[in-house]
Design a protein. Structure first.
Length: 465
């Protein structure tokens, strides 16, 4: 039985092949960078907030073009002896594309750099002067630096490196073919100064991109913070409404359990129905307790005190006055029947509004009004400006106050209106629906009136859930 030799693992490619493939790949990337702009043709500073900032690049390129076209033509004719028509054509070809620097600098380079090479070849046919520089005359050299700066501000690092490499290679070739009587210092000067300008432009571009990404991240973080604040406030409201709903469920349980003892002569199916209602109510209470344990944050204890309502507004205002905030309360005596959820929401809205006044306008006179009209409970908190200019007690708030007010009013089906006043104060107006007044029912035994009075307390309002 013969065994074939196991194939040896393939070793790394020869170094020559690896270097050649890497060189070809880099050359392809550089060629792609030279032939494809890395950004759409949007103007520089297009996202600037002010109009003059958005117009600034156009003003700069207009000034550059208006300066370099006549200067280039004048230098070519007077210093290098180029005929006027040819000098005008070269000057326009070398300087007019500077108008594209604001939005398409790479395309401008495609036009300007070949025109500069043609201009350098044209200058070879003319006798050099004592102070002539070749291949790049001074206007061409300075215009190229502005062009490279625009490229550094807009293009990627690959494109910038490709442009610099082509510029340096072209200068080296022209230096080699130059006659001995030509001063070719600018062939070396342009790559050196161009590298410095490209580094500066690239650094500014990367800094701008980093600033833009930071601004985007801050915007995302602000949106996430607002969403987290909203969820935390909803969770807090849900924990408070748990007591309201639990009270109604407890009433249902007690009434269902005691019905067979309070009502004589009930048939057996009715007794079984009341027992099923009581069992369902107890199961619902258990589920609500488990739900409350999910909503409660780690390490927090549940509130053991009863939830406050409109009957405690007077105490709240008195405590606020003792804290140094002049406040007046106007509480109507004939509010009628207020659902527990609306009662709690009204108290919390006044509490949050007074807390905001203490934080942002300490010492401002505040008026609180609670009225019932048109089937709605109207809560109005208006404060004036602070008596003297002073910094708020809290320069940056969490945003829970207004968010909590909106959520509470939304859960009750009402509306909320908040906003500053012309005199520098602030206004909070909440409007929450009240249940319709029960119609009077009269019966000889008085049972109908008792049932009418008991019905609202045994049926939990749907909005509490």
């Amino acid at each position: 039985m013969s065994t074939s030799p196991s194939p040896s693992p393939a070793g790394p490619p020869p170094p020559a092949d690896g270097l050649l493939s890497a060189a070809r790949r880099n050359l392809r990337e550089l060629a792609h960078g030279l032939s494809h702009a890395s950004h759409p043709s949007t103007p520089l500073l297009a996202d600037a907030p002010k109009r003059w900032q958005r117009l600034l690049p156009y003003v700069v390129v207009l000034a550059l073009t208006a300066t370099f076209i006549p200067v280039t033509i004048n230098v070519l004719t007077s210093q290098y002896g180029v005929p006027g028509a040819l000098a005008g054509a070269l000057g326009v070809a070398q300087a007019a594309p500077l108008l594209m620097l604001a939005h398409r600098p790479l395309q401008a380079w495609w036009i300007i750099f070949p025109a500069d090479i043609i201009g350098a070849l044209v200058l070879l046919a003319h006798d050099p002067g004592r102070h002539d520089t070749w291949p790049w005359p001074p206007p061409v050299l300075i215009a190229c630096l502005f062009l490279l700066l625009a490229l550094g501000l807009r293009e990627t690092r690959r494109t910038v490196v490709a442009v610099w490499a082509v510029t340096a290679a072209t200068g080296a070739v022209l230096h080699l073919i130059a006659p001995s009587d030509r001063s070719t210092g600018s062939a070396l000067l342009l790559p050196i100064l161009g590298a410095v300008v490209l580094v500066i432009g690239g650094a500014l571009r990367e800094r701008g991109e980093a600033t833009r990404r930071l601004a985007e991240q801050e915007t995302i973080s602000e949106a996430e913070r607002a969403q987290r604040t909203l969820l935390e406030e909803r969770t807090r409201i849900a924990r408070e409404l748990h007591d309201v709903v639990a009270h109604h469920m407890s009433v249902i349980t007690v009434q269902a359990d005691s019905a067979p003892y309070r009502i004589t002569g009930l048939p057996e199916p009715a007794r079984e129905e009341f027992a099923a209602i009581a069992a369902a109510a107890r199961e619902s209470l258990g589920e609500m307790r488990r739900l409350l344990s999910v909503l409660r944050s780690d390490g927090t204890e549940g509130d053991r005190a009863p939830q406050p309502g409109l009957d405690r507004l007077q105490q709240l205002v008195e405590a606020t006055v003792r804290a140094g905030l002049p406040a007046e309360l106007s509480l109507a005596a004939d509010l009628g029947e207020v659902p527990p959820a609306v009662d709690l929401s009204a108290y919390r809205i006044v509490q949050e509004a007074l807390a905001n006044v203490v934080r942002h306008a300490p010492g401002a006179h505040t008026r609180i009004s609670v009225r019932a009209s048109g089937g709605h409970l109207n809560v109005l908190v208006v404060n004036g400006p602070a008596p003297k200019p002073s910094s708020p007690l809290e320069s940056t708030g969490t945003g829970h106050g207004l968010v909590g007010m909106r959520e509470r009013v939304r859960l009750t089906g009402g509306t909320l209106d908040t906003g500053p006043l012309p005199d520098g104060g602030f206004r909070v107006a909440a409007r929450m629906p009240l249940p319709p007044a029960p119609s009077p029912a009269v019966s000889p035994s008085g049972q109908a009136a008792e049932q009418s009075a008991e019905r609202p307390s045994t049926q939990p309002p749907s909005e509490d859930l």
